[in-house]
Design a protein around this ligand. Structure first.
Ligand code: HEC
Length: 208
């Protein structure tokens, strides 16, 4: 989940390394070998079944290579790839239980190799977004989502778009820093529905 941030951080470190002054453009892109070496060293202690997650997929590799924005053709390519892997619920319903969604949004534990296997997992949305206006502290890496559903008129097609966004943020914004919660299989369909409800249920504190 935190890999995309790590990749972005490494990309910026790598891009600040001295490079041949002749090609200024090269200095702005991360050397994939440097990125690979740092990530491999960082996750040396991770369990064996995690090792596959350390290998970036094609999209992650492209995003690491262009930390300052994708050229047009790659932007289109990543968008198409990531759009194509979004799986919407077969029953067509995207609204679950907002109360469970709230718990998931506020929980930052689970899924890390330092966690116990039974540690409850969450989406850690508050680390990056304002959600309920009553929340005292929240991160600001992502935009405020206060009154998100209300602002979109609680429209069913907007709720579906939000579900797809949470499923795979990069299907909307290539190389987004937001984790791909459904695509990575970190959160399941029920959990994604609960999070969508937290954003779209008129009774959710997000919309009060
Ligand atoms: C690591 C930071 C991070 C986390 C964690 C995160 N997001 Fe995001 N999110 C972002 C960023 C950055 C954007 C803006 C860029 C983009 O749209 O991808 C964003 C955009 C969004 C948007 C689109 C907002 C709009 O402009 O319409 C929604 C909806 C959203 N996030 C929901 C969530 C939910 C729900 C969770 C928790 C399951 C979550 N995010 C977790 C960083 C994050």
């Amino acid at each position: 989940m935190k890999l995309s941030i790590l990749f972005a951080a490494i990309a910026s470190i790598a891009s600040s390394l001295p490079a041949g002054a002749a090609d200024k453009k090269a200095a702005l892109s991360a050397d994939p070998a440097v990125v690979k070496a740092v990530v491999t060293a960082t996750f040396k202690g991770a369990p064996a079944e995690w090792q596959a997650r350390i290998v970036p997929d094609e999209t992650q590799a492209i995003c690491s290579q262009y930390p300052n924005g994708l050229p047009d053709d790659l932007f289109k390519k990543v968008l198409a790839t990531e759009k194509a892997n979004v799986v919407l619920p077969a029953d067509g319903k995207v609204i679950g239980d907002w109360k469970k969604g709230q718990q998931l949004a506020q929980r930052g534990t689970g899924g890390q190799f330092s966690d116990k296997p039974d540690t409850p997992k969450g989406g850690n949305c508050y680390a990056c977004h304002q959600l309920s206006p009553k929340e005292l502290s929240f991160g600001t890496l992502g935009p405020s989502l206060t009154a998100y559903g209300k602002a979109k008129g609680f429209a069913p097609e907007e709720a579906k778009a939000a579900y797809a966004k949470i499923y795979n943020a990069q299907s909307v914004v290539p190389c987004s820093n937001m984790p791909r919660f459904g695509h990575s299989k970190f959160l399941n369909e029920e959990e994604l529905k609960d999070l969508t409800a937290y954003l779209f249920d008129p009774e959710s504190p997000v919309n009060k």
